[in-house]
Design a protein around this ligand. Structure first.
Ligand SMILES: NC(=O)C1=CN([C@@H]2O[C@H](COP(=O)(O)OP(=O)(O)OC[C@H]3O[C@@H](n4cnc5c(N)ncnc54)[C@H](OP(=O)(O)O)[C@@H]3O)[C@@H](O)[C@H]2O)[C@@H](O)CC1
Ligand SMILES: Nc1ncnc2c1ncn2[C@@H]1O[C@H](COP(=O)(O)OP(=O)(O)O)[C@@H](O)[C@H]1O
Ligand SMILES: [K+]
Length: 481
């Protein structure tokens, strides 16, 4: 599991560790890891040009000490000080002793030093940052033409939420210390961070304290349902799909396609698109409805392509099995009825749907993704999966960590791919996964399937469904990687 911790937790772990170590030891560990990453990015250190953007805090200190290490290996290093009176004194002395140059960031040569650097190191602010970059820092960051490496975080992004409220550094890579910060994994900040590298500086952080987690291959592989000798199709779980309409029969087909690859033993389709579903998937069990008469299921998925027909919703929400609500179902479902359910509910809105449910604008959801998913989970007392470039999943209990899915691909932004995800996740629920696990495993496989299918070229939602098998194989094959 990849863990991200919020700033308060990082600060207290830092205090505990610092109390046991000689002064400055932690910063030396950070700077050593940073210098190694910079050297890897440069390829050849000797003769390279490195410019450090140095703010007033310890983030600038890390940059200065790393700069000193690179200067000792033959790089030409210039530090540009944004707050010359408050720059880290020990770091400055080390850089000067190693032969580096120090300039005031207001110096008329400063912009040019950034522009011709092979590597620009962003040590403007780290976890002590508030709001966007100030004007001079923003100007200098904009002038970078070489590789940009951010120290701990791209300066200007919010470490805890991933919000970007003003100008921020756009990094090719971020070298972060001790643990990931939530903002490195959540959009929009995630887009600013580039490739991530974690440097172990010895911080001790318990998983329970975490604010955010991301499943990795081994976690997903361990959660995937696996049939045994005792399995039969009913024991593996039956997922019921209430989707599609005369106008949108395709949504039903795509949701069933996803469900057939999620590990349930059978897929029951209820609704007006039975002919279309059977034509494509003769293995589906179909009925015209209502859901209560369709036979026993272990989970329901309701919503894709439903249009304005709320008729199935009552039966589904009254059932005692997990229910996943997507698309039109989100608009039609009454929040109080969802909250009062005894069995778990999973909601899977995209940003526009989440905005409508919260009564805010789509832009607000997109800027405050973590707060939005948390708020919806609390309002509906449900597990909520907020779709987007990085999908977020919040359990109903806000004291438990949220999850983020890193496997997505922009090729997934294609009509109907969300229907595949709801069928898939519903199937994982029927197979017995807990709601948070079903949603995060579903998002992981779905994103991976898109990557397998796309391979650099456009894909359709059917292609995503078709690649779910290879995504599943990929995850299980990598179990011991
Ligand atoms: N935690 C750990 O274990 C370790 C942490 N380490 C490192 O320390 C870093 C944290 O250092 P830190 O606490 O000194 O804060 P930091 O981020 O440098 O900012 C400081 C000052 O910046 C200013 N400022 C604020 N916003 C701003 C803005 N938008 N634009 C411009 N300036 C802005 C503000 O001062 P102001 O100018 O407002 O008075 C604030 O006081 C951490 O990220 C990591 O790199 C490692 O060395 C070792 C282990
Ligand atoms: N830029 C992006 N990068 C990665 N994944 C994306 C991006 N945009 C959308 N997605 C994913 O594509 C899917 C689209 O679902 P949705 O919006 O419900 O579409 P539809 O309703 O047409 O099926 C979701 O899984 C979402 O997370
Ligand atoms: K930084």
């Amino acid at each position: 599991m990849r863990l991200a911790h919020d700033v308060e937790t990082v600060r207290s772990a830092e205090r505990a560790l610092m109390a046991r170590l000689p002064e400055g030891a932690l910063m030396q560990r950070a700077a050593a890891g940073l210098a190694t990453a910079c050297a890897d990015l440069l390829g050849k250190v000797y003769g390279s040009r490195v410019t450090l953007l140095v703010g007033s805090g310890d983030n600038g200190g890390d940059a200065l000490y790393a700069g000193a290490r690179l200067a000792r290996r033959g790089a030409g290093v210039t530090a540009l000080l944004l707050s010359p009176d408050r720059a880290h004194a020990g770091g400055l002395a080390a850089l000067r002793a190693a032969g580096g140059t120090v300039l005031d960031a207001q110096d008329r040569n400063a912009t040019e030093r950034v522009g011709r650097a092979d590597l620009v190191v962003d040590g403007i602010v780290g976890i002590g940052g508030k709001g966007g970059l100030r004007p001079r820092a923003a100007e200098l960051a904009d002038a970078a033409r070489g590789t940009v490496v951010a120290v701990d975080l791209p300066s200007g992004v919010d470490a805890d939420t991933g919000e970007v409220r003003g100008a921020a550094v756009r990094a090719d890579a971020t070298v972060t210390f001790g643990t990931y910060k939530p903002g490195l994994l959540i959009d929009p900040a995630r887009e600013y961070a580039g490739a991530l590298r974690l440097v172990d500086i010895g911080l001790e952080l318990a998983p329970a304290e975490t604010g955010l987690e991301a499943l990795q291959y081994a976690d997903v592989a361990a959660l995937l349902p696996r049939p045994t000798g005792e399995s039969d199709k009913y024991r593996r779980g039956v997922v019921g799909i209430v989707a599609g309409s005369a106008r949108y029969p395709g949504a039903a087909v795509l949701a069933v396609a996803g469900a057939l690859h999620g590990g349930a033993g059978a897929v029951r389709y209820v609704g007006p698109a039975a002919d279309a579903v059977l034509a494509r998937f003769p293995e589906a069990l179909v009925s015209a409805g209502p859901p209560a008469k369709a036979g026993r299921v272990q989970s329901w998925v309701i919503g894709p392509g439903l249009g304005d027909d709320p008729s199935g919703l009552h039966d589904v929400l009254a059932s005692d099995v997990p229910v996943l609500i997507d698309a039109d179902g989100l608009r039609l479902a009454d929040p109080a009825t969802v909250r009062d359910r005894a069995a778990p509910t999973v909601l899977t809105p995209h940003a526009g749907e989440a905005a409508a449910l919260l009564g805010v604008t789509r832009e607000q959801v997109e800027t405050e993704r973590l707060a939005s998913v948390r708020e919806l989970a609390a309002r509906y007392d449900a597990t909520v999966l907020l779709k987007g470039s990085t999908t977020l999943i919040s359990p109903p209990d806000e004291t438990r960590p949220a999850r983020v899915n890193p496997t997505g691909s922009p090729w997934l932004a294609t009509a109907g791919s969300g229907d595949v995800l709801s069928g898939l996740t519903g199937s994982l629920l029927a197979a017995g996964l807990a709601p948070l696990d079903a949603a995060s495993v579903g998002a992981h496989l779905h994103g991976l399937a898109a990557r397998h299918a796309a391979d650099g070229a456009p894909i359709s939602a059917q292609d995503v469904a078709g690649a779910l098998r290879s995504a599943w194989q990929d995850v299980t094959e990598n179990l011991f990687a």
